[in-house]
Ligand binder design. Structure first.
Ligand code: PRP
Length: 186
């Protein structure tokens, strides 16, 4: 198996860890005495969720929602399909949607609207990364780890052709580049 050489790191494991500790503290402070349910959007949010919840000292629940989105290449409108529904009853609960990145806003706009149908008390959004681009769907993230320019990134949950999600850091790819150690699929 090809070895991955660290290159073009945008956020190191230490930077990510330190920022997430701050985010956990801010969320815990805001949701004191509330019935908090985190709903993480598969699959990119998995590492972020795991590190975010680790620092909580109050009781909370978490669940997952699976969606797939089709961008401009598939349709000019963009379509989000539900692939996995939540399994916790969120009626009357305070919900915090957790995702790795807010980009066009299609995914989180759809997820927020979808979750409202279950009658939660509130729905807010927490992302590790917010791309500073014009949104296709207007979505406000209530908690943001880092703002980033419009670059292609991978690692720490984010994939490059389904791989590299496991990397403990976030790296960027320049136009035409492939990640170090990439495997060419047949
Ligand atoms: C990525 C990411 C966000 C979404 C953000 O998910 O995890 O959910 O795109 O982009 P948007 O704001 O333009 O909708 P993706 O659909 O690639 O699935 P994945 O999490 O399984 O990689």
């Amino acid at each position: 198996m090809n070895k991955i050489e660290i290159e073009n790191v945008l956020f190191s494991p230490e930077e990510i860890r330190d920022r997430i500790v701050q985010m956990t503290g801010a969320i815990e402070n805001d949701y004191r005495h509330q019935d908090l349910v985190l709903v993480a959007v598969l699959k990119g949010s998995v590492l972020f969720l795991a590190d975010l919840v680790r620092g909580f000292s109050c009781p909370l629940a978490f669940d997952f929602i699976g969606v797939s989105s089709y961008g401009y290449s598939r349709t000019s409108l963009g379509v989000v399909n539900l692939e996995k529904e939540i399994s916790i009853n969120i009626r009357g609960k305070d919900v915090l949607v957790v995702d790795d990145i807010l980009d066009s806003g299609r995914t989180l706009g759809w997820v927020k609207e979808h979750l409202q149908k279950f009658g939660p008390r509130s729905v807010k959004i927490c992302v590790l990364l917010e791309k500073e681009v014009e949104r296709v769907i207007e979505v406000k993230a209530d908690y943001v780890g880092f703002k980033i320019p419009n670059v292609f990134i991978y690692g720490y949950g984010l994939d490059y052709r389904d791989r590299y999600r496991h990397l403990p850091y976030i790296a960027k790819l320049e136009e035409g580049e492939v990640p170090p150690g990439d495997i060419v699929d047949e």
